[in-house]
Design a protein around this ligand. Structure first.
Ligand code: ZN
Length: 399
């Protein structure tokens, strides 16, 4: 398999379509890691570099709020934090030599203002740079009746398609609990999306464009939680492809881009079946959360005696411990734990080795490519700059 011909760094638009189609045709899926900090973003990107593959970084609403800072109570905090995360990734991704899809995770009906604000940011970014800030977004209206779910997705997809933003949507119920949505007591039959439901989505969204994917439920659960009588049935995804293929008389055996949620704890075989049925993205959150903590836990357990005070350890009462408690030391250990776990997902999804990392030669890429214009929000920033400049020159003249 030849690697997909897309650039390194954050990719958007046609390149996203090209990469996800390459994945579907060559039967691999790209892992999507939930990120809550620059540290977790960097760990996921390093894993992709080390394993020679593309990667998807995603921010949930809670992750975005955390990126803004827990004390910020503004209603736009989650959007501001998600934008901040995206800008961090945009500034450094190219140095990792692999393609990165910048995505946002589950957005339920009550969180639509978060999506509206991020789309405002995408449009402002698009006005300046000719591409959106994010590569893709996910809407999750699966708690609503199907008709409403599809109608809302369609409305948002129209706005996204103008900027060639990929959209992921969910239909059917994924069990378990995530970001405050609890489906632990749901009727087990509802945990499997039907081929008719999937086709209903395809039929409506494909009138707007090809850049969308569907997370269908096939007995999967969010988080580590096992409902008693529900089994994971990834082969059902093949039925969705067959049914839609038939309805649209397509020659393509896998006309739909499918996404797997709630994959934590799935067996290798279950994952392989899902990928062979056209799953091109799998969310990974719970397992990397544990791995990040576990890296730190091990470090603390091994070095406990060096972490009890700034000075004084088994080598002597006056010995400094700075090289143990410096956050760059113990956060790095957490990152190493996460990198190892990300690598496992890349391997299981057959993604590993699909894109040999192209580390840019030293100094060959511009450190930034800002091209400020007088359009949009930058105009206000310019005005402030002018005032500050005036104050400085006034101050200098006074001196
Ligand atoms: Zn989901």
């Amino acid at each position: 398999m030849a690697p997909c011909d897309v650039p390194v760094g954050v990719i958007t638009g046609d390149d996203v379509l090209k990469l996800l189609t390459h994945a579907r045709e060559n039967k691999y899926a790209i892992p999507a890691f939930n990120c809550t900090s620059s540290s977790t973003c960097n760990a996921a990107m390093q894993a992709a570099k080390d394993n020679n593959c593309p990667v998807i970084l995603q921010f949930s609403n809670g992750g975005g709020a955390f990126l803004a800072g827990k004390s910020v109570k503004d209603p736009n905090a989650a959007a501001a934090g998600s934008v901040a995360g995206a800008l961090h990734v945009r500034a450094v991704a190219k140095y990792y030599g692999i393609p990165v899809i910048l995505h946002t995770d589950h957005c339920a009906k009550k969180l639509l203002p978060w999506m509206d604000a991020m789309l405002d940011a995408d449009e402002a970014y698009f006005a300046q740079y000719g591409e959106p800030l994010f590569s893709s977004h996910m809407l999750d209206l699966s708690e609503e009746p199907d008709e409403e779910n599809i109608a809302i997705c369609k409305k948002y997809f129209e706005r996204m398609a103008k900027m060639k933003i990929w959209m992921e949507m969910e239909i059917g119920i994924t069990g378990g609990e995530e970001d405050g949505v609890n489906n632990e007591d749901v009727d087990p039959e509802k945990l499997y999306t039907s081929p008719e439901q999937v086709y209903a989505v395809y039929k409506e969204l494909s009138t707007i464009g090809p850049m969308f994917s569907i997370a269908a439920a096939f007995g999967n659960v969010h988080g580590v939680y096992k409902p008693g009588n529900v089994t994971l049935q990834p082969a059902r995804l093949g039925k969705h492809q067959e049914y839609t293929k038939e309805q649209i008389s397509s020659s393509d055996d896998k006309p739909i881009y499918l996404v797997m949620h709630g994959g934590s704890g799935s067996t290798d075989e279950e994952i392989a079946t899902a990928v062979s049925c056209g799953v091109i993205k799998m969310n990974v959150d719970t397992d990397t959360q544990w791995a990040y903590w576990d890296g730190l836990r091990k470090f603390e357990a091994e070095n406990r005696d060096f972490l009890q005070g700034q000075i004084g350890n088994p080598s002597g009462p006056d010995k400094p411990n700075k090289k143990y408690y410096d956050p760059r030391v113990w956060i790095r250990k957490a990152e190493e734990g996460m990198i190892a776990r990300c690598s496992i997902s890349m391997d299981k999804l057959l993604c590993k080795g699909t894109f040999p990392a192209k580390i840019p030669e030293a100094g060959s890429v511009p450190m930034w490519d800002f091209s400020p214009s007088s359009k949009g929000p930058m105009a206000a920033v310019k005005d402030i700059g002018g005032q500050v400049g005036g104050m400085i020159s006034g101050f200098m003249a006074h001196k």
